[in-house]
Design a protein around this ligand. Structure first.
Ligand code: ACO
Length: 440
């Protein structure tokens, strides 16, 4: 990646500490907020910045994804998510994220072949699966097997070799869907189903999950399109927790499979990718629209840890554009699967309406996020809640590998090493010290 940071003409930030002024360059983004470069702050003023949760920190320069949280805009490489969801398919979006622009027909055909040639897993990975408890969460298998790929594909571990980087990226994207499907099959006690390379990425995933040795799964074009749209919508989301985890892991020079396994781990949490499972479980717990007020009261209470899952976002202070697309698909999928008047969808829509008119949610700008409707769609397709985050992880391999590649190719890339505000003990002599606070 070329160094393209542009300092604002005649514009610097001035920071004065104890009568000493430090001038910090300001860089323009092509869209969105400008940033203040604090790289030299410590060497010039001997202070660090303090920003838990990185609420005001840009951790890198990136050209991949743009979000305007106030307007509810999401773009991959400059293309609106709404247009990509309508006109592209997942592999085209993967190609866009990784290479920077939409491929032409011939390039796309070749790329689809390259990805599909990597869907098979080394046969010994089957033995690896046997080591998991039968009731293991599929995300546990996803984390473990993704990391284990480093031991199976040792010819694509050299991060300084551009060819090996590309090979690792294709392997990760192609094999993630096979691993996800195997994790599902293992959890329900069925034999693994081999990938079929004549199918599209999404059709193949449905085939590997729902065909079995006795019966071929008949793929519905409506469900395959819904699956593909879910993959597109989750493909990247700039510097979120899991992507930042991948970048931080990769900044030490760790191999790509290990970095992606770190990203899968970070995604698993209920405040991030685990929210789709949590949102559906929450709707099932609420049960009926009559209980909405009771649960809203819990969500608003400072004393209660309960949060409205699938609501709120660090960046979106408006309707998440992905949730809008999914709400529409949700209705189509439920109609197609013959689930008329689904009580959970009705409850979700009632909850959304009531929350969006509630003072607390209006004031805090809490809107439905991508996880609010995705679980209802995935359940209608036939997936159990434990698979929702796995599906999120499969799609996010696109963004993670694109971001990881961008980081490795960034000439100013260095190991990520934040500092801290130390509030521990001052130096004291070695020896037992009775402390009321030490309750261990
Ligand atoms: N329900 C009730 N209150 C909420 C919710 C919610 N879902 N989300 C935020 N709030 C409140 C917070 O309690 C906080 O209140 P306060 O100002 O009185 O302390 C205020 O809104 C701001 O919220 P923060 O948690 O500070 O916002 P942050 O940016 O740190 O967190 C997050 C964003 C983690 C997504 C949060 O909204 C949340 O936990 N939502 C539920 C989980 C969820 O849906 N996660 C998926 C996110 S999308 C994704 O990762 C794909």
């Amino acid at each position: 990646m070329s160094k393209t940071k542009v300092a604002s003409k005649n514009k610097t930030a001035k920071l004065t500490i104890d009568n000493k002024s430090v001038f910090l360059p300001i860089y323009h983004s092509t869209e969105g907020e400008s940033v203040i470069d604090i790289t030299n702050l410590h060497s010039e003023a001997n202070v660090f910045t303090y920003d838990p949760g990185f609420t005001s920190t840009a951790s890198c320069e990136s050209k991949i994804t743009f979000i305007d949280g106030n307007k509810g805009i999401l773009r991959y490489r400059g293309y609106d998510i709404e247009e990509l969801a309508k006109k592209s398919d997942f592999i085209e979006v993967v190609n866009l994220l990784i290479y920077g622009d939409l491929p032409n027909k011939a390039q796309l055909k070749k790329y689809k072949q390259l990805i599909s040639r990597h869907t098979l897993l080394h046969d010994q990975i089957i033995n690896f699966f046997q080591g998991f408890r039968r009731d293991a969460h599929p995300m546990a298998m996803m984390v473990g097997v993704m990391g284990a790929l480093s031991s199976f594909y040792q010819d694509s571990l050299d991060i300084n070799d551009a060819h090996q980087r590309q090979e690792a990226t294709r392997r990760i994207i192609a094999k993630a869907s096979t691993i996800g499907a195997m994790a599902y099959k293992y959890s329900i006690g069925q034999s693994f189903v081999s990938p079929k390379n004549n199918l599209s990425f999404s059709e193949n995933f449905l085939h590997m999950c729902f065909s079995n040795t006795a019966e071929e799964y008949k793929i519905s074009p409506i469900l395959a399109k819904a699956m593909d749209t879910i993959f597109i919508l989750h493909a990247d989301h700039e510097q979120n927790a899991s992507t930042s985890t991948v970048r931080l892991a990769g900044s030490s020079g760790a191999n790509p499979f290990a970095c992606i396994a770190a990203g899968v781990s970070s995604l698993w949490g209920p405040a991030h990718g685990g929210a789709n499972q949590a949102a559906l479980e929450m709707l099932e717990e609420i049960g009926t629209s009559k209980n909405i007020q009771k649960y809203l009261k819990k969500a608003k209470s400072k004393k209660d840890p309960f949060k409205l899952m699938g609501f709120g976002h660090r960046v979106y202070k408006n309707y998440d554009p992905r949730a809008k697309i999914l709400k529409n698909i949700c209705q189509k999928v439920l109609k197609h699967t013959g689930i008329k008047n689904d009580p959970i969808l009705k409850l979700a829509m009632d909850l959304e309406k009531i929350a969006l008119n509630d003072k607390y949610f209006i004031e805090k700008k809490l809107y439905p996020n991508v996880d609010f409707y995705s679980g209802i769609i995935l359940k209608a397709i036939g997936f159990p809640p434990e698979m929702f985050t796995v599906i999120f992880a499969i799609s996010r391999t696109a963004g993670w590998t694109a971001q990881w590649t961008e980081m490795i190719e960034d000439p100013i890339q260095k190991i990520g090493r934040p500092r801290q505000l130390y509030t521990g003990n001052k130096h004291h002599k070695y020896g037992y010290k009775r402390s009321k606070k030490n309750t261990r």
